[in-house]
Design a protein around this ligand. Structure first.
Ligand code: SIN
Length: 277
């Protein structure tokens, strides 16, 4: 019989720790299917004490899809910025944003440097029925208006003007997407890449976007993970936001990140009625 992992929720609404696996080993497909199911149900899953080589990291990632990019995310003792220090979803400025991200801790500060995730399934379900229905029929423009790139950790990108937000060009994504594995509807806007609602200006969009951004990070939707060398976080980039806490100046933090190729988001408005929350 295939070895099945122990799935231990770490919060009421989001996140689970996976225990009982040694990821330097290969397991039968059923084991990875159980891991995938926990990932889809809990939004983000965590492992500890997994000391993988670069090849083992890659082969673990390939169990869950095609690799889109592999990068090292590091902050040196002399740097004051870190990658991902404000709430975001990875690369929703792409037509087909990554389905998931796996972050492997190589070197972590003595203290600090945690990461937070916020669950957009629970956030959506906590809205009023009227707002859920309205949002489910809407689309928004996503773009990389701040041009985040590899130099992000060294420099502070200036805040773009309203005109730049209005002119920004990028894919239209549904404001509520459906996850095919569970039928769950999740809020799909984020502060980094969502510019404006389709057919609305940035100024018109801001009051509703600001409301949603504030709502989405209520403490009950958020989980926090403290890293150790050998820890792994694997998140469902379709249904969580994340933020790397930048509270460890003077110390080094080195993580290896793998982004998995995704597909176009499925709009909630077109999904069969039985899945309406
Ligand atoms: C990221 O935004 O992908 C980085 C997250 C982290 O370093 O904790």
């Amino acid at each position: 019989m295939a070895q099945l992992p122990e799935v231990c929720p770490v919060g009421g609404l989001i996140g689970a720790e996976i225990r009982g696996l040694d990821l330097t080993r290969e397991y039968p497909d059923e084991t990875y299917q159980a891991v995938r199911q926990a990932w889809a149900e809990h939004g983000v899953i965590f492992f500890h004490d997994q000391y993988l080589t670069a090849e083992q990291r890659e082969s673990f990632a390939r169990r869950f899809g095609e690799i889109r990019t592999m990068q090292q995310v590091r902050k040196e003792p002399g740097q004051t910025r870190n990658v991902g220090e404000s709430w975001h979803v990875d690369m929703t400025c792409f037509d087909e944003p990554p389905i998931g991200t796996i972050l492997f801790a190589e070197e972590v500060p003595l203290y600090g440097g945690d990461t937070l995730w916020a669950g957009m399934g629970p956030a959506f379900e906590a809205l009023s029925e009227g707002l859920r229905r309205t949002l489910a029929g809407m689309y928004a423009v996503h773009a990389n208006v701040r041009n985040l790139g590899p130099s992000y950790a060294q420099t502070s990108p200036p805040e773009p003007s309203i005109a730049e937000y209005d002119a920004a060009d990028g894919p239209l994504h549904p404001v509520v997407r459906v996850l095919p594995e569970t039928g769950r509807r999740v809020l799909y806007v984020n502060p980094e890449y969502t510019m404006r609602f389709e057919g609305w200006t940035r100024r018109e969009s801001l009051p509703l976007l600001r409301y949603l951004f504030e709502h989405a990070t209520k403490p009950e939707f958020v989980t926090r993970f403290g890293w150790r060398p050998g820890s792994i976080a694997f998140w469902d980039n379709r249904q969580v936001w994340h933020l790397a806490v930048n509270d460890y100046h003077g110390m080094r933090r080195v993580m290896n990140r793998i982004l998995l190729t995704g597909t176009k988001p499925i709009p909630a408005g077109r999904f069969p009625a039985p899945f309406l929350p």
